[in-house]
Design a protein around this ligand. Structure first.
Ligand SMILES: C[S@@+](CC[C@H](N)C(=O)[O-])C[C@H]1O[C@@H](n2cnc3c(N)ncnc32)[C@H](O)[C@@H]1O
Length: 260
């Protein structure tokens, strides 16, 4: 699959300039759209970032990936009504905390965490896939409903593999380090992840990854997985889930643990 950048048909000068800039900034080829159909672009290249009046999307044969805070919006609405959010509960996040999201994806968990930690807290999110990083980075800065923009702009999204990034961070530099890797067996109803899947990085988590995270976390490492996942394989304790399909595994960091 080759990733290219183009515009919607009949772009104005600004959108064409924006597409050229995205291509140049990420060392990707810019393809003038002219009259090409999306199908022919996908036949030729496999994946296309398309700048349109509405948004920046990445198209593959699996569909259109674009930033939309819908899932986060629903969870934040429930939080405002005083309902609990399982992921926040298990992470034990509160105002002012720092949260490292090692697997940003659609950034729903990052948005919900930013809502909880607030202005004084920090959410740093890592995404290894270049097209997902470009689409989400652009969306967090420029689109989504106005009531979410401040929250979205408060997330620091970085294009990085958590495996190398964790090694560069100082010990105990984030209260909670979180992973939500791609599941081997996807939850079929999670249709919002369908267009993400062919673009996502899918290497499974290992004990070495948990050790890297445990050095950086002050309080906890948390991993989201399918409910049948054997968390002890990663040295984690199962902490329950929000439904029969999803579960969380936790490693509590003890205060006197060595920082080396
Ligand atoms: C299931 S999605 C995460 C969904 C996210 N929690 C949300 O709320 O939208 C997993 C994401 O992690 C990314 N990923 C996988 N391995 C990674 C790595 N080593 N470093 C950074 N990101 C990675 C994938 O590309 C994918 O976008």
């Amino acid at each position: 699959m080759m990733l290219v950048v183009t515009t919607a048909r009949k772009p104005n000068k600004d959108k064409e300039k924006e597409a050229r800039e995205i291509a140049a900034a990420n060392c990707l080829p810019y393809i003038p759209r002219e009259n090409k159909s999306l199908d022919s672009l996908l036949n030729d290249f496999g994946a296309a970032l398309v700048v349109s009046d509405r948004r920046l999307s990445c198209f593959t044969p699996a569909g259109e990936l674009f930033y939309h805070p819908n899932m986060a919006a629903m969870r934040i609405r429930l939080l405002r009504q005083g309902k609990a959010d399982k992921m926040l509960e298990i992470c034990g996040l509160s105002a002012g905390d720092s949260f490292l999201d090692c697997t940003a994806g659609l950034c729903s968990d990052s948005l919900v965490s930013k809502y909880r930690v607030g202005e004084k807290g920090r959410v740093l999110s890592l995404e290894q896939s270049l097209p997902i990083y470009i689409v989400m980075g652009h969306g967090l800065k420029n689109s989504g409903p106005p009531r979410f923009q401040e929250l979205a702009r408060g997330i620091e999204l970085v294009h990085a593999d958590f495996r190398s990034y964790l090694q560069k961070l100082p010990p105990r530099s984030f209260d909670v380090v979180y992973f939500d890797p791609m599941f081997d067996v996807p939850v079929m109803e999670a249709s919002s992840l369908l267009p993400l899947r062919p673009l996502a990085c899918v290497q499974p988590l290992t004990r070495e990854d948990i050790a890297l995270a445990a050095r950086v976390a002050k309080r906890k490492v948390v991993v989201k997985q399918r409910s049948f996942f054997v968390f002890s394989r990663l040295g984690l304790t199962e902490a329950g889930g929000n439904n029969r399909k999803i579960s969380y595994g936790v490693l509590e960091i003890k205060e006197n643990e060595s920082d080396s």
